[in-house]
Design a protein around this ligand. Structure first.
Ligand SMILES: [Zn+2]
Length: 453
């Protein structure tokens, strides 16, 4: 895939002349990413920028548009393309990945800052796209609090917001999901739908695969508090109300949830006046099928179980909340139970958790008994009605993990490669410290010292 660029900058004209030239898109991006954001940015911010810039360029290349090398399209600098290894790595690690909405490559805009509020494109320009919505951008706000940046059009990625988020542990796919509402990352220039969040999830027996979607509760005070935690376990909850519809709790409507006519979902500051927020909801979409919605980054501290005599599971456990019905429908129960086991297996794999280990995979009632949660009965008032318990749940999750580890990964999309980078080995600690300081000063802020033989 090539892009056609007419150069206007002296350094680019020296290399390419003034007539439009065709450049391979990936090579072009190596000169865009470092020109648009700092080469020293966190790698997840560079990756988010790479995917956004690729999406922008691909859309125009497919339309036959000749771009220039300025911010009228995207800043491109040949000199930086050859001298920015971190940006190049971000381009390589995301090669071919673009953002799609409804199977169409999106018109991907971004700007330096949005002033704390992502903008609906129709309010800024004439054309409106469904993936640009008005919402509070806590990352942009946090970044501006550290260093004031002038806001520009504010549609799509806020570059300073993305840099702040990346620095604070948010991966590039979550950054993109936040700024391009409902868009998904698709590899192979939009031809292959395999990089959504369910990537690497093994296909459980029976062919069913959890339907994991994402709608982060960015308006919830818990999300805005932005505290992180290293997940040490999972706490299973159920809602305690007869309403199996996800739209009761998850909103606004993404076209699948259906409309919540009371607008009392949890994507607001304090739902029903309560400080409450969980990491995922499981229940019914508008069409009656079962889905899981991730509503907080998994490593963000949730508000789901208050505390007990020994502390709070909020500091340690990822919370998954199953929407209850009237508790008698076996078909619904079996479907959400299965979905919950698959989600738990997925999370156990992601955070290297052993579901069989004491205190790792528990329900709210068990959390109370352990002294880390308030006194609630969920899910033990429900599971036994359908001959299940937390013991069967843990065993079923373990089974999924064991099955995945003994059978070859299904439909592997790309073989996993590990690229190790090391800059030196020292027998004197102070020499190692000095090298680390040097490496960090060069912009590799995530470098670290590892002790080994
Ligand atoms: Zn609960």
């Amino acid at each position: 895939m090539n892009v056609t660029i007419r150069m206007t900058r002296a350094e680019n004209i020296a290399q390419f002349g003034t007539k439009p030239v065709e450049i391979p898109i990936e090579e072009y991006l190596c000169g865009v990413v470092p020109a648009e954001v700092y080469e020293s940015s966190h790698r997840e911010a560079l990756k988010a920028q790479a995917v956004a810039a690729r999406t922008f360029a691909l859309k125009r290349a497919l339309a036959g548009t000749i771009m220039d090398d300025t911010t009228s399209f995207q800043a491109y600098r040949y000199g930086l393309a050859t001298s920015s290894p971190r940006s190049r790595q971000a381009v390589e690690e995301t090669a071919g990945q673009v953002l799609c909405y409804d199977d169409t490559i999106i018109d991907c805009f971004y700007s330096a800052s949005n002033g704390g509020l992502t903008k609906r494109s129709g309010d800024v320009w004439r054309k409106h796209y469904p993936y640009y919505v008005n919402k509070t951008d806590p990352w942009d706000i946090a970044a501006n609090a550290e260093k004031k940046t002038k806001a520009s059009h504010g549609v799509g990625i806020s570059q300073i917001g993305a840099m702040w988020a990346a620095k604070n542990g948010v991966p590039y796919n979550e950054i993109l999901a936040f700024y391009y509402d409902g868009a998904v990352i698709v590899s192979d220039y939009g031809k292959r739908r395999n990089l959504d969040i369910e990537d690497n999830t093994p296909e459980p027996e029976g062919g069913h695969k959890m339907n994991l979607r994402k709608l982060l509760f960015v308006n919830n005070a818990c999300y805005k508090a932005g505290k992180t935690m290293p997940p040490k376990g999972i706490m299973v909850h159920s809602t305690g109300a007869n309403n199996p519809n996800l739209r009761r709790y998850v909103g606004p409507d993404d076209g699948l949830l259906g409309k919540n006519q009371y607008n009392n979902h949890w994507n607001q500051d304090k739902p029903g006046g309560r400080q409450v927020c969980v990491h995922a909801f499981l229940g019914k979409l508008a069409d009656g099928s079962i889905a899981t919605y991730q509503t907080l980054p998994w490593n963000m501290r949730g508000w789901h179980c208050a505390s007990g005599s020994k502390g709070s599971g909020n500091d340690t456990h990822i919370s998954i909340e199953i929407c209850e019905d009237n508790l008698t429908d076996a078909t619904y129960f079996n479907a959400v139970y299965k979905e919950a086991t698959e989600l738990s297996a997925y999370l156990c794999r992601q955070y290297n958790l052993d579901p069989a280990k004491d205190g790792v995979l528990i329900c709210h009632a068990e959390g109370y008994k352990r002294g880390i949660a308030s006194n609630h009965a969920d899910v033990m008032h429900w599971f036994p009605k359908h001959d299940k318990s937390m013991d069967t749940f843990r065993a079923d999750v373990k089974k999924l993990l064991d099955a995945a580890s003994t059978s070859p990964a299904p439909t592997p999309t790309e073989p996993k490669k590990l690229y190790r980078v090391q800059v030196g080995a020292f027998s004197v600690k102070t020499n190692a410290d000095a090298m680390l300081a040097k490496v960090k000063a060069a912009g590799f802020s995530d470098a670290f010292i590892k002790y080994g033989e």
